[in-house]
Design a binder for this molecule. Structure first.
Ligand SMILES: NC(=O)c1ccc[n+]([C@@H]2O[C@H](COP(=O)([O-])OP(=O)(O)OC[C@H]3O[C@@H](n4cnc5c(N)ncnc54)[C@H](O)[C@@H]3O)[C@@H](O)[C@H]2O)c1
Length: 211
């Protein structure tokens, strides 16, 4: 089971299933019918069954799914699948664009969890990615073993988010904010500045292009 190769589309749905099961677990629900499961995650029950069948039959006819069993199972799978899961904090203009892009084609990277402070977005699924409260950042990073974070928050909160993320086990941050983050040596910070990139390009055109 550990080395099961699963279709990418299936892999992308797993965090959504996981998120929903966590909500059920937190409200002490022991089992869920396949139709309620399908309604909640907005994936039809045949697709859910097929997704789960890659790992062996997990539902029981007439019973539905056992929440705790399935949740434990997902925790293992999400940590072991061959895709690198990335977190994204700050679902504004830039965050949404990155979420929408989500590095899908021919890449083994995907954004699997997003975080924001905006109440309207928390506990929703945006572009197929579950959105959590930033208050749960550390806990979710730990549970989902997310080691890489994209930061698209206002620069005023960037260092605070960076500190929390590092406590949650993050080892790499792609920083889109203008704040220069302070982090321990074993955490890599990659600063991305599109204005800089563009100015560099313009500089090269102006100084090195052939007449
Ligand atoms: N590097 C670049 O080339 C580049 C380009 C564009 C924007 N930016 C930077 O990226 C950041 C985002 O830009 P934007 O235009 O998407 O801004 P935005 O205001 O549209 O989005 C910011 C998002 O962060 C959320 N947020 C605020 N405080 C938060 C917190 N404590 N925890 C979690 N989420 C929080 C807000 O609710 C909002 O959804 C800014 O810092 C901006 O300067 C960088």
């Amino acid at each position: 089971m550990v080395s099961t190769k699963i279709p990418r589309a299936t892999a992308k749905r797993l965090p959504i299933y996981y998120r929903y099961l966590s909500i059920l677990h937190d409200s002490n629900q022991k089992r869920v019918s396949s139709s309620s499961f399908a309604d909640a995650v907005q994936v039809d029950s045949a697709t859910i069954r097929r997704d789960l069948s890659y790992f062996g039959a997990l539902g029981k006819r007439g019973y539905g799914y056992d929440v705790d069993n399935l949740l434990n199972f997902f925790k293992k799978i999400l940590n072991q699948d061959h895709l690198t899961s990335v977190g994204l904090v700050g679902l504004g203009n830039l965050g949404h664009a990155l979420l929408n892009f989500n590095f899908h084609k021919d890449s083994n990277v995907r954004i699997s969890a997003a975080f924001d402070v905006h109440e309207d977005m928390i506990n929703t699924v945006q572009d197929g990615v579950p959105v959590y409260s930033v208050d749960d950042l550390q806990k979710q990073l730990e549970e989902q073993q997310i080691k890489v974070l994209i930061l698209t928050v206002p620069s005023s909160v960037a260092q605070d988010i960076c500190d929390q993320a590092i406590k949650g086990g993050v080892k790499g941050i792609m920083n889109f904010t203008s704040r220069r983050l302070v982090a321990p040596d074993d955490v890599r910070i990659q600063n991305v500045d599109l204005t800089n990139e563009l100015q560099t390009l313009i500089y090269f055109i102006e100084h090195y292009s052939k007449e």
